[in-house]
Design a binder for this molecule. Structure first.
Ligand SMILES: Cc1ncc(COP(=O)(O)O)c(C=O)c1O
Length: 200
């Protein structure tokens, strides 16, 4: 197995580096006080350090399902699986779709590309503009693969944000062909927060 590029990127960073490659957040923005209070709360109850079922703590899964319901996706706690970061989640998905063809944006996120490659997925890339993926090429490719991996909000590495129109076109293709869409959305919540903050 080849060494991951992400490992190399992160190993080459020291305290003087402002890394755009590794995408390190500004430490001044870490909500230290909130995290300190949350940690103290965790240690008030010894049960929090106990083993739990491997799908994740039921109350957390319930809470996450509630979040998706609020967004308009009917979701039960049993639909949620807690993983150790996104890399484990992507690995489980890639294992499930092993050796299949998949549409990815060009360029795409290194961490996902690595696990797809490791699991024998055959990636077909479709060009990405700043308002989203080229939708006709997406439709042409997706009609065959019925599987795609997209990052619609502040894409990594390009930073692009899908327009409403592009989102509708992608959704239309997915519904038409009845396939799967793997949406990687680590930055969507930041955007919602930013909009709310500027509206206030
Ligand atoms: C598109 C995308 N997915 C996943 C991740 C990693 O997310 P996490 O830190 O939650 O594992 C990143 C971080 O760079 C990313 O840009």
């Amino acid at each position: 197995m080849k060494r991951s590029f992400i490992r190399e990127i992160l190993e080459s960073i020291d305290s003087d580096t402002i890394s755009f490659a590794g995408g390190l957040p500004d430490e001044k923005l870490f909500p230290l006080e909130g995290l300190r209070k949350a940690s103290e709360k965790v240690f008030e109850n010894p049960q929090n350090l106990q083993y739990s079922i491997s799908n994740g703590i039921p109350s957390l899964r319930e809470k996450i399902a509630g979040f998706y319901n609020k967004e308009g996706f009917e979701t039960k706690a049993s639909n949620i699986l807690i993983t150790t970061g996104s890399q484990q989640g992507l690995f489980i998905i890639a294992k499930y779709f092993q050796d299949k063809q998949i549409i990815v944006e060009e360029p795409s996120y290194l961490g996902a590309v690595n696990v797809f490659r490791m699991n024998g997925l055959k990636m077909q890339s479709v060009p990405l503009a700043y308002d989203g993926i080229e939708d006709q090429q997406f439709e042409d490719g997706y009609s065959n693969t019925k599987l795609a991996y997209l990052i619609p909000d502040f894409q990594n590495p390009k930073g692009s944000l899908y327009s409403s129109e592009k989102r509708r076109e992608v959704a239309k293709s997915v519904l038409k062909h009845g396939g799967y869409l793997i949406e990687d959305a680590p930055y969507s919540e930041l955007y919602i927060r930013r909009c709310q903050a500027s509206a206030a």
